[in-house]
Design a protein. Structure first.
Length: 250
């Protein structure tokens, strides 16, 4: 089935910024943490003590907007936990990744405006990082509603391929990363693929490493809007396993 895609670079969407936040967990315990980066859909908080946190834990983020002094409260869900032992010899920082989940219109518009201001300021002060050799080209795929999103399960996943309408095509054999955007809460679901054929209006993408487990995870994503499952560094067939596999799929 044909999808409309847009070129995207994730490094331009996350802003490296340190903000002191108060995180209130699901048993009303408060934790003072610092952000490592923020985006319109989430926050990464660095900490050496990840024991109070678990996947899919509902939390509340409280922080002060630095350029206005406004105190905001944002509901979120834990989508990634990086233990200190897992960061040895890597570029990762221990901490937790949060997806801003269940924001009302005013909260979402206010947060997206703030992130946009910080992104503009970051680009003004720092030269954006040059593209990394070998990095997958990223394309964002939007859907008008959940019904259209659900057709990915009944069409693209079954055939293991997707046709993208896009003005920016890549040569055959190019590794790409498709970022499917949930139409209701803007959660993100990444799918690695490879360009197999070019068309006058776009290209065909073979979806890499699809298994029944991925279909189960995507079905949950469609129904619940569960967010941002990170690709591992190798983009091998275990591409959706960012934490303990049984925990993610539970």
């Amino acid at each position: 089935m044909t999808r409309t895609a847009h070129d995207n670079r994730r490094t331009q969407r996350r802003v490296p910024i340190e903000l002191i936040v108060t995180l209130v967990d699901d048993i009303d315990q408060s934790h003072t943490l610092a952000t490592e980066d923020i985006s319109t859909s989430g926050v990464f908080l660095s900490t050496h003590d990840t024991t109070p946190f678990r996947l899919r834990q509902i939390v509340q983020v409280q922080l002060e907007i630095p350029d206005t002094g406004e105190i905001i409260y944002l509901p979120a869900v834990v989508i990634r936990v990086i233990q200190p032992k897992d960061t040895a010899g890597s570029e990762h920082t221990s901490g937790i990744g949060l997806h801003l989940y269940g924001l009302n219109k005013t909260q979402r518009e206010g947060w997206e405006t703030f992130v946009g201001r910080m992104l503009d300021e970051y680009h003004r002060l720092f030269q954006p990082e040059p593209p990394v050799a070998g990095r997958r080209l990223e394309f964002v795929v939007h859907f008008k509603d959940v019904v259209e999103l659900s057709t990915v399960m009944t069409w693209d996943f079954i055939y293991g391929a997707m046709i993208l309408e896009t003005n920016r095509v890549a040569p055959q054999g190019t590794p790409v990363r498709l970022l499917l955007i949930h139409p209701e809460d803007h959660a993100e679901f990444p799918i690695p693929g490879t360009v197999t054929q070019l068309h006058p209006t776009g290209m065909s993408i073979e979806l890499d490493g699809m298994t029944p487990k991925h279909l189960t995870l995507f079905k949950e994503f469609v129904e619940l809007g569960l967010p941002e499952l990170e690709l591992d560094g190798s983009c091998e067939p275990a591409w959706l396993v960012c934490e303990d596999e049984d925990d993610v799929a539970a």
